[in-house]
Design a protein around this ligand. Structure first.
Ligand code: GLC
Length: 426
């Protein structure tokens, strides 16, 4: 497939999954609006339809909670093809949403779309309206998810991470009970191969947490203290720090000085705190289990995704070396878990497969850090996967087998974004 055909195909995917003011990640498996999917998918639209790119993020932010939290799913239309639906979450919103969040990549997306905008007036109006909302979300994170002011926020549910069933959560997840969860019927395994999805045991714990938080009335000021699962994820924190930085930069340019100053302070504190997650032995960052008070010795992509933040140059260089090592044990970069480790599973979601959105963010971080040599390898591997196996949700890093849902929105958006961003041989 040449690049023009690839873009054409990707646009078709976006258009098939477009519901007017938001996209669904893919038909069937994920029939609602997902938080970070939308922000990253907006980058794809922005190359040919700027108003539509803005409306994707506006729709997401229109469902922000009063305390600043932006939910991970917005259930715009009823659809019984997904579990757990609104009746399980019970958040009591007029348009139902879940009660947990997802990686806050919107600040980054707004700045990027603004910087490239052809329609500058539109971009300025949209950015002016969106920045205060995104900033309120960032403030919510540091208030309710970092109550002791460490500079790093904790996730209270694996689904918040965006890396739902990563090996990173396994040990901490053991502490989450399953008693009282009651019977339920999963829907995901009717749309996708069960071997590509989380296990039933994991699902019971996912639901236990939802019920626990629901029993606390989804009061975010109480959840951090009450949760038996509290993980500091370097990838997530990096996305938050990067978004704060992009908000700081753009707000300063638009004369929104208060937001700029407050965001800059969040970045400085966050970057300094990230150092506590560095593992010299593994040459990457690690998660930290806030309940146990220990780093999680799990070599996952979360600790590499940290490259997206303005981390020190020496750390970025070490992450490049880490990826070079990983390249020795797979055919396509970057596996979501180290293939030489026993927990690696090339087909199962976040326990091994390659995700284009992650590759894109890591490459972008390296570009920012001046670590440019590795970028063509990461980007070309994305395109080789698409050529071989299509616009799947994720791909096996050894065989390129397409996994999860097909015809996937953010995968397609990344192809459009990558082909318009990087100079590549046709
Ligand atoms: C899965 C992914 C998550 C994504 C969602 C919709 O839950 O783990 O990151 O947002 O699907 O695509």
């Amino acid at each position: 497939m040449n690049h023009a055909d690839m873009i054409q195909h990707a646009r078709q995917v976006l258009s098939d999954n477009d519901r007017g003011t938001y996209t669904v990640p893919t038909h069937g498996l994920y029939p609602f609006q997902w938080n970070w999917d939308s922000a990253l998918s907006a980058l794809g639209f922005a190359h040919y339809d700027e108003p539509r790119a803005w409306s994707e993020i506006e729709t997401l932010m229109a469902h922000q909670w009063e305390d600043g939290m932006v939910p991970h799913i917005i259930f715009h239309q009823p659809d019984d093809g997904y579990f757990p639906g609104p009746e399980v979450w019970g958040t009591g919103r007029e348009v139902p949403t879940t009660g947990i969040t997802q990686p806050p990549v919107s600040g980054f997306a707004v700045r990027r779309i603004y910087d490239r905008a052809r329609d500058k007036d539109l971009a300025e109006a949209k950015a002016r309206a969106l920045l205060p909302k995104i900033h309120a979300w960032h403030e919510w994170f540091y208030r309710d998810r970092d109550p002791e002011g460490t500079g790093l926020i904790a996730l209270l549910h694996p689904w918040e991470s965006g890396r739902d069933n990563s090996v990173d959560w396994d040990d901490a997840f053991e502490r989450v009970p399953t008693e009282g969860v009651g019977p339920f019927t999963r829907r995901d395994t009717t749309h996708a191969n069960p071997a590509h999805r989380p296990t039933d045991e994991q699902y019971k714990r996912y639901i236990w947490l939802v019920k626990k938080f629901r029993s606390l009335g989804w009061d975010n000021s109480k959840l951090h203290a009450a949760s038996p699962f509290k993980i500091v994820d370097p990838g997530f924190n990096a996305i938050l720090i990067r978004s704060c930085e992009d908000v700081a930069d753009l707000a300063a340019r638009l004369g929104m000085d208060e937001i700029a100053t407050a965001s800059r302070a969040m970045v400085d504190k966050g970057v300094a705190a990230m150092e506590t997650l560095w593992s010299a032995e593994m040459s990457q960052y690690l998660c930290y289990d806030r309940c146990k008070g220990e780093l999680v010795q799990s070599p996952s992509i979360g600790g590499i995704l940290a490259a997206f933040a303005p981390i020190p140059k020496a750390r970025a260089a070490a992450l490049v070396r880490r990826i070079e090592t990983l390249a020795g044990s797979c055919n396509y970069l970057i596996p979501s878990h180290d293939p030489t480790h026993p927990e690696f599973d090339g087909l199962r979601y976040w326990r091994g497969p390659v995700w284009l959105i992650v590759n894109y963010m890591v490459a972008d971080g390296f570009a920012r850090a001046g670590e440019t040599e590795i970028i063509p390898r990461i980007i070309n591997d994305c395109l080789r996967l698409i050529e071989t196996s299509g616009f799947a949700e994720y791909h096996d890093p050894i065989t390129a087998e397409p996994c999860g849902g097909p015809h996937f929105t953010w995968t397609a958006a990344m192809v459009i974004e990558i082909l318009n961003t990087y100079e590549l041989a046709a």
